[in-house]
Design a protein around this ligand. Structure first.
Ligand code: FBP
Length: 539
């Protein structure tokens, strides 16, 4: 197979690891835990996995080398959207298992969680693993969004695991997939069938984070890729001086990606959905904010600029949120959409939307009941509305510029990029940590690696009970236990940095930053460092 110079170089990259994971390890248990909210409800739903302690992996040089431990097999699942570094979690798992006992085997379930249920798998051997070291994508075994929630699925999975001699399943996924991991762990624990389930925090969206998880893997690389593209667009805008570029960025509900990209590139405008909600802004208010920025620049002769739009924006506009909730319930009810069943206020709003957007809002939900925000073209809606508002301002004599636009949506461009050194190292350590948790007999835990703004040698590995991160939320019209999503913290330093600088970014002619591509080799200063978000949060 032909390989690019980058592919060849990345194959020989050796991920950096925390000292605690090098050599022999032991698990240290901390205090018992509670869920972040709705403790009683979560305890009742997870009687066997609730309240377990947080775990730290420590060096244990006194331990006898564990190669004589009985061999065991592990199954791994990649779940949900791709995120750079997933292959390295699997490589870390493989190397960790082989270090424990050369006869340990790793099976990959194909095409996501459905691979477990349908018994579709492949054994991941050294030859296969070596081909995927430090590469982007999930193509080693594929991914999928099947939701594991039915007892029948769990029992089928159990049968498959028994057949393959699998003692533990590792689910690499986002908040929803890790919620499922916990439900599965609880069921297998209740049945005493000896199968452990461990989760790993994946998602480019950056919303799987909390006091125990500093960042999800993939966020770092994806933001660096989008920032490179935004920087290139800004250079183009500054050269041609004729377009306003509206750039929608993936990230589902939370605006972490938009915020991080703003910190890396200094666009003229960056909308933050969480702020829109907190300030109870309407669509008209958002349009006014952008139109004012366009007019301010036009007054200086600058008829060009950049606007970053988080893909989940529409769900955070209060009236829209109510409309979407009603639509979710109606669609969950019988899968049919009937506009006459909306409340009067929602019906009025629905009728006022451009036809394309209204249609996009009623499209199928994903298997977890989420609106597929990546399919809603908010950037086009905003261009249309801002353009109309500017015409009104022109008539009123308060705007005299030109407003030519381009629209972009960045998402898939970054999800399978070659992982940065940070993500490559972080993911490899997550895989190794998962092995430590399995070897220690743990289930219902998520593997975590912390202290990430320090050099990798000082990172801390451990496990967090998944129930600790849960609360009850309404999904598909019903209250369900789910891992609480982390939205942008409006009191946090990353957002405060944006607020402190954004007025200057509207007018300045020299504020754009051009991060350029990730430097995988050669001077690797930026590639090694984590995101601005994480560095500001930990400063
Ligand atoms: P996960 O939550 O599964 O990590 O997905 C991330 C994501 O890239 C979102 O940012 C985006 O809204 C969604 O996946 C797109 O889904 P799909 O891959 O099904 O088009």
């Amino acid at each position: 197979m032909q390989k690019s110079p980058l592919q060849i170089a990345r194959q020989s990259y050796q991920p950096k690891m925390p000292i605690a994971l090098v050599g022999k390890t032991r698990l240290k248990e901390g205090d018992k835990t509670q869920s972040v909210a709705d403790q009683e409800a979560i305890r009742q739903l997870f009687p066997n996995t609730y309240g377990m302690p947080v775990i730290t992996v420590e060096n244990n040089e006194s331990k006898i080398e564990s190669t004589d431990a009985a061999p065991f097999n592990v199954g791994v699942i990649l779940s949900g959207g791709q995120a750079p570094g997933g292959h390295n979690v699997i490589c870390g798992l493989f190397d960790g298992l082989k270090r424990l006992n050369h006869d340990n085997k790793l099976y990959g379930f194909l095409g996501g969680p459905s691979g477990l249920v349908d018994g579709k798998y492949k054994e991941l051997t050294a030859d296969i693993i070596d081909e995927y070291r430090n590469t982007g994508g999930f193509d080693i075994i594929g991914s999928g969004r099947t939701k594991l929630e039915e007892i029948e699925q769990f029992d089928k999975g159990l049968e498959v695991c028994r057949r393959l001699g699998i003692r533990a399943i590792v689910i690499i996924g986002g908040d929803d997939s890790n919620t499922n991991a916990c439900v599965l762990a609880e069921y297998y624990q209740q049945k005493q069938c000896g199968i452990q389930v461990i989760g790993c925090p994946k998602t480019i969206d950056g919303d799987l984070k909390n006091q125990m998880i500093e960042t999800s893997f993939g966020f770092d690389t994806a933001c660096k890729v989008y920032s490179e593209l935004i920087g290139n667009i800004q250079r183009d805008a500054n050269s041609a001086k004729k377009y306003w570029h509206f750039i929608r960025l993936m990230g589902r509900s939370a605006s972490h990606i938009a915020l991080e990209c703003a910190l890396q590139t200094h666009p003229n405008v960056c909308i933050i959905s969480e702020e829109v909600e907190a300030r109870q802004m309407s669509l008209v208010d958002i349009v006014e904010q952008i139109a004012q920025a366009v007019a301010t620049r036009a007054a200086k002769g600058l008829n060009f600029g950049t606007v970053l739009v988080p893909e989940g924006l529409i769900e955070f506009i209060p009236a829209m949120r109510i409309l979407i909730q009603e639509l979710n319930d109606l669609l969950a009810d019988n899968g049919q959409f009937d506009a006459t069943r909306l409340t009067p206020a929602s019906a009025e709003l629905y009728a006022s939307l451009p036809e394309a957007i209204a249609k996009q809002l009623t499209m199928d939900r994903d298997p977890h009941g989420n609106v597929q925000v990546s399919l809603i073209e908010t950037e086009k809606l905003l261009i249309d509305m801002v353009s109309r508002r500017l015409q009104e301002m022109k008539k009123a004599g308060i705007y005299t510029g030109k407003f030519a636009t381009q629209h972009h949506f960045f998402g898939y461009e970054g999800r399978c990029a070659v992982p940065s050194n940070f993500d490559a190292d972080y993911c490899y350590s997550l895989g190794q940590t998962a092995v430590c948790l399995i070897a220690g007999g743990k289930t219902g835990y998520m593997a975590v690696v912390r202290n990430l703004t320090r050099p990798a040698a000082e990172w801390q590995a451990g496990g967090v009970p998944i129930t600790m991160m849960m609360n009850m939320e309404r999904r598909n019209g019903k209250l369900k236990p789910v891992i609480q999503k982390a939205l942008v913290d409006l009191n946090g330093k990353p957002y405060q940095y944006l607020v402190a600088h954004r007025d200057e970014w509207i007018v300045s002619e020299e504020s754009y930053l051009y991060p350029g591509p990730i430097q995988y080799y050669g001077p690797s200063e930026v590639c090694d460092q984590p995101t601005h978000t994480l560095r500001l949060e930990k400063a």
